[in-house]
Design a protein around this ligand. Structure first.
Ligand code: ADP
Length: 482
């Protein structure tokens, strides 16, 4: 990997300001999904090491919370600048371990850094309240305080941004954070820790512990000193973690799975809809929780939309993320590839037609050809399960009511998209969608300034925006007798 600063590539964990191996020296290999080669290995840390990270965070947080918000913001701003200064190296590390095209990795580093900048500033605005007292001889004041020691368990699809959008509000609010990154992508997390250390984040305030999810997750969820868990990942694991947090009653933010509908009405600008569809579906090879899972297309424009989409998708270049002009890299692993294959096979067996792609890519490995399916029906697996791959299933509908009913016919409620020009329809449908986020004539919705999160089985809480920092703040009410 051509790094200007090879020091960013680490094979040790960062616990309480020290770079360490596992207690017993055990390691975990990190693999490049495009080549199947081992990049390096990281420690398989023990529960005792996780406990040490939590203990260190507890001590360090007592001092960190006393500093002014402006003081903490200065440290965060330095971290933000360092990320941008090392954007290219961070992107190279990300593409190596995750597979996404370099252009997307560079974009994610900028996006990840933006959360740090945003929350550095939001930390200064954690206002309280003065409530008019119902009693003549007392006054009522509300203040906001940091929650304390927080834990984050993060996924592999956004190896940097899913960490900063938890760690930045936590640190800005005066909390400490222990992160367990996904086992597939720990190197981006460790590179962030290198820069946090350089930026002056005090020892113990930001630790990264790598290894077995059950061992580290078990400690993070059961330890009484951890007051909050923020998790991004599958709904199944989210439910499990919620259960594990129940005995110690932690605060929870859960950003879980989705089954995003993308509704194309017959008054839509079809070219704009196709551009939005490609952006929403094929980014990161379809491996994001807000990627479209189901295209619902009104009958009158169904054939035209399908033809235009297939044409656009045929132009996507599949390859190693490090090659120039590549739009789509490999899937993260063999299991992901097998799932996509099984879902497509199920749809085809049920009568769906492949109008583009439809199988493994000639490059081999975990590369899959961008695919479009028509004639897809609500009883097929692609209608219910998160595809997490570059496959666009097209369902047909006739009326607005039918579109809303189909869109909401899922346990999930993260992102939804709709393309239409009739302003009344846009409002009616947006309000009827049981989703936390709605993209209207827009296929990309993620930004640090807006609240990201879901309803129903897609989770709890919001990340980013002015709302995101509230997840790391406690409300305390002071009743003052005069
Ligand atoms: P994905 O399907 O995207 O890999 P997961 O929910 O399996 O989603 O993983 C997201 C994160 O949750 C990863 O960091 C993974 O290591 C972690 N994880 C998975 N299972 C557990 C568990 N039982 N306890 C704690 N963390 C877990």
């Amino acid at each position: 990997m051509p790094l200007k600063n090879p020091d960013l590539l680490r094979s040790q964990c960062y616990i309480n300001g020290a770079w360490v191996a596992a207690d017993d020296g055990d390691t975990l290999n990190v693999t490049n999904p495009a080549t199947a080669e081992t990049i390096t290995s990281v420690p398989r840390c023990s529960a005792a090491q996780t406990r040490a990270a939590i203990d260190g965070a507890t001590l360090a947080q007592r001092e960190w919370r006393k500093r002014t918000a402006a003081d903490r913001a200065n440290v965060l701003h330095t971290w933000h600048h360092l990320m941008l200064e090392h954007q290219e190296d961070l992107a190279q590390i990300m593409t190596a371990e995750q597979g996404k095209p370099l252009a997307e990795s560079r974009g994610e580093i900028a996006y990840a850094a933006a959360f740090i900048q945003w929350f550095a500033e939001e930390g200064k605005r954690t206002y309280g309240d003065v409530i008019p007292s119902p009693f003549p001889n007392s006054r009522i004041v509300v203040i906001k305080e940091p929650v304390g020691v927080c834990a984050a368990i993060t996924p592999w699809n956004f190896p940097a941004a899913m960490i900063t959008r938890k760690a930045a509000p936590a640190l800005a609010a005066g909390c400490a954070m222990v992160v367990k990154p996904a086992e597939q992508t720990p190197l981006s997390a460790l590179a962030l820790a290198v820069l946090a250390e350089q930026a002056g984040v005090p020892a113990g305030i930001f630790s990264v512990v790598t290894g077995d999810p059950h061992v580290i997750g078990g400690e993070l969820t059961s330890n009484d000193k951890v007051r909050k868990l923020s998790f991004t990942g599958s709904t199944a694991v989210g439910r499990l973690l919620m259960q594990q947090c129940a005995p110690t009653l932690k605060k929870l933010s859960l950003e879980l799975g989705g089954n995003a509908p993308f509704i194309v009405f017959d008054d839509a600008d079809l070219d704009a809809a196709v551009a939005g569809a490609v952006a929403s579906k094929y980014r990161n090879a379809g491996q994001t929780c807000v990627c479209t899972n189901r295209f619902l297309v009104q009958t009158k424009v169904y054939d035209a939309f399908a033809a235009k989409l297939a044409q656009a998708v045929a132009k996507l270049k599949v390859g190693h993320g490090t090659e120039s002009d590549v739009n789509q890299g490999p899937l993260i692993d063999e299991a992901a590839l097998c799932k996509v294959e099984a879902l497509v096979a199920d749809a085809v067996q049920g009568g769906a037609k492949i109008v583009g792609g439809g199988g493994r890519h000639a490059l081999g490995g975990t590369f899959y050809t961008p695919t479009v399916l028509t004639g897809v029906l609500p009883n097929m697996r692609v209608a219910k399960e998160e595809i997490f791959g570059p496959v666009a299933p097209l369902f047909r509908f006739d009326t607005e009511e039918e579109a809303i009913q189909m869109a909401n016919d899922t346990e999930y409620g993260l992102a939804a998209y709709l393309y239409a020009r009739d302003i009344g329809r846009v409002w009616r449908v947006s309000e009827a969608l049981e989703y936390g986020m709605v993209g209207i004539n827009s296929g990309i919705i993620s930004t640090e300034v807006a609240p990201f999160g879901g309803q129903k089985s897609s989770g709890l809480g919001r990340e980013g925006s002015k709302y995101g920092i509230e997840e790391y703040l406690e409300i305390k009410y002071l009743h003052m007798g005069l």
